[in-house]
Design a protein around this ligand. Structure first.
Ligand code: AMP
Length: 546
């Protein structure tokens, strides 16, 4: 017997029309590319998104067309999210930190028809345009006063396009499985792979984001995505925040510690979301100024492992850390680390230990860990294996890439994350490593994340990464690549004595290479690939690790 309830398609545009009606005064504060702060409400954003949809239709954009964006976090980027998907087209967010070759590849692979870009990226795209389709429509996301001289063929001005249209839009109705968004991940090998989100998956993810990060997602809260809108939809915040009625404070291009501190303090931001490297910059700034931004009560850390020393630093200043894990292919939130009320009284060391794990799965995401034969492992906090996921917000395959799809899916239809993890009895996930970053020394595995977490807790170390280098006797040995916190790095003996408090002797790095900074990937994570290319052949003596 079937239930008798109505079936209404889940549509992204309904989030914005709801926010406009119910939370019309909340909205977005943006630090703009042109300079200064811009303030707008969900009511105005809905009207302008409608104008934009009309303008795009006039330019010939129709169902299923891909409209690319190359933009920082700001209100115009948000309008593109809603206008493009709302009209039945697909918003393809491009990461501006990708290489020229990768960017050219994905524009071609996605079949983009329009490219909307912030002023910052005009010089970059002028260079790449000869490699893009000749009929590409370029829209520069600014007003007439700031329109640059440009060689981009037929470049249009965003604000002029809107002015020519009347506000609002009668958002069309279509199947909720219609494609809405496209985001490519820059894998470590081969071409970037595309994840194609649907209206249904995006709306379900917005519910799940609002439920699993509930302390941020409240009417009137002020929340800041440092995580970019060009990387997995800023972890879903631009959909969940209007649904919940929270106001977003968007940092635009200014992501350094000082700029973030000023913006957060001035706009009384309660919750901010980003990758660990960004928080290193903010913590530095907090140390310099001797105070945190005044309303900061929560920091969501994801994208790579949050080091315990970072968690402790925030917790000590009453900024509660929520450690989250996910992937582009998962929309992206898989687990979040908000503690249940009954766990709230943990003393600092225990709290830091629990929060160093990646949190518990969110409703709608199933997790399994399997050994090398595909056999499920118990969730006992000890057994570890490759992590697989399943759910309505998880990709069923890569966009136009059957080979990558076949590689990623198992025969039960679960998606293989490439992460190695354990899950404890309470449901906390602990990521040990990316499968390819684990170090195999004399048949034993060493987790690079464990060694990095310990290293970063040394007062003389600002940041650190561990890679495997070949060893004549042990196959692989860990080498620590570190940035000193002061002018003189601590001695290797001193660092190893610190690490030895928590690690076995055979897990200690064989060598330490001091560098001025660590290379970052397009999504702001430490690039192990670049480190491996540069230091992978670092010579170790046969005696090391004896
Ligand atoms: P991306 O799709 O670029 O966001 O990358 C997803 C990958 O980032 C995951 O498969 C993990 O390897 C890594 N990752 C994301 N969040 C965390 C976290 N909290 N701890 C450890 N690794 C993480």
């Amino acid at each position: 017997m079937l239930g008798q309830m109505m079936h209404r398609p889940l549509r992204i545009a309904d989030i914005l029309t709801f926010a406009s009606e119910i939370h019309g005064k909340e909205g977005i504060v943006s630090s703009t590319v042109e300079g200064g702060l811009h303030r707008t409400s969900y009511r105005e954003l809905e009207q302008r998104s409608g104008q934009l949809a009309r303008a795009l239709a006039r330019l010939g954009v129709t169902n299923g067309d891909r409209v690319a964006t190359l933009a920082w976090n700001g209100y115009r980027h948000f309008e593109l999210y809603y206008a493009v998907s709302g009209m039945g087209a697909v918003v393809h967010t491009i990461n501006p930190r990708l290489s020229a070759e990768q960017m050219t590849y994905i524009v071609e692979h996605a079949g983009d028809k329009v490219l909307a870009l912030d002023l910052t990226f005009v010089p970059l795209i002028e260079k790449l345009a000869p490699h893009f389709p000749a009929d590409m429509i370029y829209v520069i996301m600014t007003d007439s006063a700031h329109m640059p001289e440009t060689s981009l063929p037929g470049a249009l001005c965003y604000e002029e396009l809107l002015t020519a249209e009347s506000p609002g839009f009668d958002w069309p109705e279509f199947d909720e499985n219609t494609a809405a968004g496209l985001c490519y991940t820059s894998g470590t090998t081969g071409h970037p792979k595309g994840t194609l989100y649907s209206h249904r998956s995006t709306v379900l993810h917005a519910y799940s984001c609002a439920l699993s990060l509930y302390s941020a997602m409240r009417p009137g809260n002020r929340i800041l995505p440092v995580v970019p809108m060009f990387h997995v939809n800023a972890w879903g915040m631009p959909y969940a925040a209007p649904m919940a009625g929270a106001t977003m404070v968007m940092p635009g291009p200014r992501l350094d510690g000082a700029a973030l501190w000023d913006l957060m303090d001035g706009e009384e931001v309660f919750s901010a979301w980003g990758v660990p490297t960004v928080w290193l910059g903010l913590l530095d700034e907090i140390a310099k100024r001797g105070a945190k931004p005044r309303a900061l009560g929560e920091v969501v850390i994801g994208g790579s492992a949050a080091p315990p020393a970072m968690i402790e630093a925030f917790e000590k200043m009453d900024a509660s850390v929520c450690h989250a894990w996910g992937m582009t292919e998962m929309s992206p939130i898989g687990t979040t680390g908000l503690l249940h009320a009954s766990e709230g009284d943990l003393a600092l060391p225990e709290r830091v230990a629990v929060k160093s794990k990646q949190g518990r799965r969110v409703f709608g995401v199933d997790l399994k860990i399997v050994d090398e034969n595909g056999a499920r492992q118990p969730h006992d906090g000890k057994a570890s294996g490759e992590l697989y996921v399943r759910g309505n917000v998880i990709t069923s395959g890569y966009f136009r890439n059957d080979a990558a799809t076949a590689d990623a899916m198992d025969n039960e239809g679960w998606f293989g994350t490439g992460d190695v993890a354990s899950i404890d009895e309470k449901g906390f996930l602990q990521i040990t490593d990316r499968a390819k970053d684990l170090i195999k020394s004399g048949g034993e595995w060493i987790s690079s994340i464990d060694v990095e977490n310990m290293a970063i807790a040394h007062p003389g170390i600002a940041n650190a990464a561990v890679i495997a280098v070949p060893h004549p006797k042990w196959d692989e040995r860990p080498v620590l690549i570190a940035v000193a916190a002061g002018d003189t790095p601590p001695s290797n003996e001193d660092v190893n004595a610190h690490l030895a408090q928590h690690l076995a002797k055979w897990q200690l790095p064989d060598d330490i290479i001091w560098v001025d900074s660590l290379p970052l990937t397009a999504t702001g994570k430490v690039s192990k690939l670049t480190l491996r290319k540069t230091y992978g052949a670092h010579a170790l003596s046969e005696q090391s690790a004896e």
